[in-house]
Ligand binder design. Structure first.
Ligand code: ZN
Length: 349
């Protein structure tokens, strides 16, 4: 299947009542792990790259690896998404390269650190939406600011500093016409999300439910949604690592989100933990080894296992064959003639 639009994947997920994992990549082995997990579980999938990943891998490598994935797994609907675009120019360059969806994170100024005003966020997001939709590319916006910092991107602080206001979410969706909306409900990027198992005081699922009630047809996106499982932390520490005790977002909370409008779930940290644990184990147990394949193979397998598990937990497993790809030019026509709706349905308070 050619690379498809994230919008199509999320529309189908809404029809089927499931969520789609969006997994971050920097290199070939991570793409391979995700595609094998998608094949194993028969899942549609979103692969995403941040600005940091684009810098690390270089755009051309990334794009051609993604084309290889689409060629090798023609049965899997696969979208290539830009994670946390910081400016119009970043989104534009991703679209020119061949990404099939972009996130314009206008919740922060272009420095990727300072919270932007609501008006600034609307202005830059609207500009990206106009440019992207004309080309059949879908756009994710963000309202509210997530906690933590990853790859140099983020406002830092706790996830509770700038949680999403439901009224602003409605206004933002109406003014920008985004295809999906990332909301801040207390989650943070990175491994250190919560200092204890999160409850309602730090993970604001009630806020998510309130936003979904007002915007019942808008695809919601949960960022910073790794579960940071204890067994993956333990493997790292067992083989010489020094992770401090930490908690992520429990899978059952994500599943509650999926019942309430969450269609895209971003996962990165869990895969990083799985890879690092597997590499540490090999190097610790067999210090004589020096062929990178000796540790990259188990690392890739460990990531595949986590991704496959999430695909089953999010409900996307089994849905790869439900639909055929809409071409990107046809998506552009859909935006132009209004068959792809971008005006959100707004329910009364
Ligand atoms: Zn994020």
């Amino acid at each position: 299947m050619p690379l498809v639009s994230t919008r199509q994947l999320l529309d189908e997920a809404a029809k089927g009542g499931y969520g789609v994992g969006a997994f971050n990549v920097n290199d070939m082995e991570q793409i391979q792990a995700i595609m094998e997990a998608a094949k194993e579980t028969n899942s549609p999938v979103i692969i995403q790259a941040s600005r940091g990943a684009r810098q690390f891998a270089q755009d051309n490598y990334l794009y051609h690896l993604m084309l290889a994935a689409a060629e090798l797994y023609p049965q899997i609907p696969l979208a290539m998404h830009l994670d946390h675009g910081n400016s119009f120019e970043t989104c534009e360059s991703a679209i020119k390269l061949g990404f099939t969806s972009v996130m314009m994170d206008g919740s922060l100024k272009p420095d990727g650190k300072t919270p932007a005003t609501f008006e600034e966020n609307v202005e830059v997001t609207r500009k990206v939406v106009d440019y992207a939709h004309e080309r059949g590319i879908s756009v994710e916006g963000e309202i509210g600011v997530l906690g933590g910092i990853e790859d140099g991107h983020g406002a830092g602080g706790s996830g509770l500093d700038h949680v999403t206001d439901p009224d602003q979410a409605v206004e933002f969706a109406e003014l920008t016409g985004v295809d999906s909306l990332a909301i801040a409900i207390g989650t943070s990027h990175g491994a250190y999300k919560f200092t204890k198992k999160p409850d309602g005081s730090v993970l604001k699922m009630d806020l998510l439910l309130a936003i979904h009630k007002r915007l019942p047809n808008t695809h919601l996106v949960m960022h910073g949604s790794s579960s940071v499982p204890k067994d993956l932390q333990d493997i790292i520490n067992q083989y010489g690592g020094k992770l401090k005790e930490t908690w992520g977002v429990p899978v059952e909370e994500i599943q509650l989100g999926i019942k309430n409008g969450v269609r895209k779930i971003n996962v990165d940290t869990d895969n990083r933990l799985a890879i690092t644990g597997a590499i540490r184990k090999v190097l610790w147990e067999s210090p004589e080894k020096f062929d990178p394949r000796d540790y990259m193979k188990p690392a890739r397998a460990a990531m595949q296992k986590v991704v496959a598990q999430r695909m089953v937990q999010f409900g996307q497993a089994g849905h790869a064959g439900d639909y055929t790809a809409i071409s990107i030019p046809d998506m552009a026509k859909g935006y132009a003639d209004g068959t792809l709706i971008t005006k959100p349905l707004v329910a009364a308070k």
